[in-house]
Design a protein around this ligand. Structure first.
Ligand code: 8OZ
Length: 359
């Protein structure tokens, strides 16, 4: 029977097991938002996971919304990421880069020339953002002009070519968690009246154009997609999430992507608090490999795989705190607990200093 330790093939990517490392923002990039040798060491330590999904990586200067997030738009960043992919491959692992544009979840302090962040519509997110000069209120973003969208799509393709040059096994398009592509998908943030807003077909259009451009750059069998149909993170919601995401997922089938990565509920929130959504329906609609994510432990992940609800399970906090999670699962060994104070700062502390099991 298939379980977490069964090898898998997701499109063009071979996985040694079905334990995937979830994308996790860690804010350890160096000068110029370049991945440092410490970042490479962090990923190398976790290479026994069947597939590592990197932290979200901004595709251009305007895509940044947090300090010290490693980008994929400069030569120095490509070279920094090459250190990461070589370290992971040297340890026998597989790694895909998560392509990110934050849209309105940014601030002029983090934008080139202090400009306004961009979004589908000029609707401000409630709340505050961490700018490097402390917490500041989100601003009302500038609505993208329809004439700017082809260049935006091309920026995703260019970032994908950069990821190829950096040696990644694939890329994952981040269309979840209230960032730019999710802002287009969901009705609360997209009030456009042109070909990219209104009906679900129009709200999904930019994402599908991005997927086609990214697949054109790296091959469909190396492209994954991250969705989070009902997360409320970053002040986002949809009037009819099942209808919207059933449609999106059905459009993926002819595109033959490597995998679909679904965050259930809201990141970090326990299952009891997940907003209602029928994930089994997405499983039935989608013909490719499905990764589920959010709060699984070894037992619940084994049940999900055994019952055919997913092809792999992504672990965030557990892999963050247990670089050798695969081995710990095999042995039923106790787990380190994550140091939550060190999620987004602390350099090597709470990053590369979690102990492995004694040999
Ligand atoms: C936590 C902090 C900053 C960014 C996401 C990229 O939720 C993120 C993120 C998470 O997808």
């Amino acid at each position: 029977m298939t379980d977490l330790f069964t090898p898998a093939r997701f499109g063009g990517i071979e996985l040694a097991n079905r334990i995937v490392m979830s994308s996790l923002t860690r804010n350890r990039a160096g000068e110029g938002n370049v991945p440092t040798p410490l970042v490479a060491e962090y990923y190398r330590q976790r290479a026994s996971a069947g597939l590592i999904l990197t932290e979200a990586s901004p595709i251009c200067l305007e895509a940044h919304g947090y300090p010290r997030t490693p980008g994929i738009h400069s030569e120095a960043q490509i070279a920094g990421w090459r250190r990461v992919t070589e370290a992971v491959h040297g340890a026998g692992g597989k790694i895909a880069l998560q392509l990110w544009h934050v849209g309105r979840i940014s601030h002029p302090d983090l934008q080139p020339g202090g400009q306004l962040p961009v979004a589908p519509s000029a609707i401000r997110a409630a709340g505050q953002t961490f700018t490097g000069q402390g917490m500041k209120d989100f601003v009302t973003p500038r609505a993208l002009d329809i004439a700017e969208l082809p260049a935006l799509v091309e920026t995703y393709a260019r970032a994908t070519k950069n990821a190829l040059e950096a040696g990644f096994d694939g890329v994952e398009v981040h269309a979840g968690n209230g960032y730019l592509l999710d802002q287009f998908l969901r009705s609360s943030t997209n009030q456009r009246t042109d070909a990219y807003g209104g009906s679900k077909e129009k709200r999904a259009r930019l994402l599908l154009e991005v997927l086609d451009a990214v697949a054109g750059a790296i091959g469909n069998e190396r492209v994954g997609l991250r969705l989070s149909p009902v997360t409320t993170f970053n002040d986002i919601r949809d009037d009819t999430p099942q209808d919207t995401f059933d449609y999106v997922v059905a459009q993926l089938n002819p595109r033959r992507l490597a995998f679909l990565d679904i965050l259930q509920g809201t990141g970090g929130a326990p299952r009891e608090q997940w907003e209602p959504f029928d994930y089994d329906r997405l499983r039935d609609l989608f013909e490719g490999s499905l990764i589920l994510n959010n709060g699984y432990d070894f037992a619940s992940a084994q049940v999900a795989i055994g019952a055919g609800k997913a092809d792999a399970i992504a672990f965030g906090r557990m892999l963050l705190a247990n670089p050798d999670l695969v081995e710990r699962f095999r042995q039923g060994a106790p787990l380190n607990q994550p140091d939550y104070d060190k999620l987004y700062s602390g350099e090597e502390k709470g990053y590369t200093d979690y102990p492995k099991l004694a040999p």
